[in-house]
Design a protein around this ligand. Structure first.
Ligand code: T5A
Length: 228
């Protein structure tokens, strides 16, 4: 069926919109499944814990990138490919654009061609049919991160309760404002480079308005797929 992703900096509203899109798809009679990256398989969840929940664990930029990619490769193989093969709509909260933005630009692993090849390999050649980038001014993103207490994410039982209730900044969130500025710019650059795939949306819009915009676009995409 179709594979769509939602991207943006931490706190941009991705989980909120991913959940709303899946609810809407189900209401309209589609079978939809939601994943978040990193996570979604036992291995990917363990990698998520290593990457995010151990602020004192030293992980250099290259192994960080490889770990995110390993988590993704397992998720694509075990969950995303099989879901697509049975006709489901797959919604993913983050995918490989996050690796390009966070590790490529944020961590300054500047070899974008190599990252692009690795992304394609880890994703088993799968390219999202549509990616919605929720763009947010840095100060608003920081405000939302600070306000967040309980992530709203719910996904097929693979989120351990201790993660669902996490309130402290994770390892990535300790990286500082300059890091987030590079990440936000990289997302904008990706959207400019791939306008056929990545739709940049104003993340400061009201939740309902964003959900409507995403749904209108998703509905068009679904109609096009079923027509041809
Ligand atoms: N990462 C991930 C990499 O470095 N490389 C990679 O390859 C990958 C895949 C994942 C971390 O890993 C990094 C990126 C991340 O640092 P995570 O815990 O999954 O960490 O965190 P995030 O994906 O960043 O999710 P967050 O929960 O932080 O942010 P969301 O999902 O963007 O935002 P959401 O929906 O939880 O909303 C945040 C707050 O804003 C409010 C919500 O109610 C909530 O309080 N909100 C709005 N407020 C006003 N207007 C709106 N439109 C709103 N929408 C939501």
């Amino acid at each position: 069926m179709i594979f769509v992703t939602i991207e943006g900096v931490d706190g941009a509203g991705k989980s909120t919109q991913a959940r709303r899109l899946v609810n809407r798809l189900e209401k309209e009679g589609y079978e939809a499944v939601l994943f978040r990256e990193p996570g979604g398989t036992p291995l990917s969840d363990k990698i998520r814990s290593l990457l995010l929940d151990a602020p004192d664990l030293a992980i250099a930029p290259l192994p960080e990138l490889l770990l995110f990619s390993a988590a993704r490769a397992q998720l694509v193989k075990d969950r995303i490919r099989p879901a697509l093969a049975t006709g489901k709509v797959v919604v993913c909260d983050r995918f490989y654009d996050s690796t390009t933005a966070y590790q490529g630009a944020g961590r300054e692993i500047a070899d974008l061609d190599w990252i692009s090849s690795l992304n394609a390999r880890a994703a088993d050649g799968l390219r999202p049919h549509r990616t919605w980038l929720l763009a947010l001014p840095p100060e608003e993103a920081a405000r939302r991160r600070a306000r967040r207490s309980t992530p709203l994410f719910k996904e097929e039982g693979s989120v351990p309760p201790e993660q669902a209730l996490r309130t402290e900044p994770d390892r990535m969130e300790q990286a500082g404002q300059a890091f987030y500025d590079r990440v936000a710019k990289a997302f904008d650059d990706l959207a400019a480079a791939e306008p056929d795939r990545i739709a940049r949306l104003d993340g400061t819009l009201r939740e309902d308005d964003l959900a409507d915009a995403i749904w209108r676009d998703a509905r068009r995409l679904l109609a096009r797929r079923s027509a041809g």
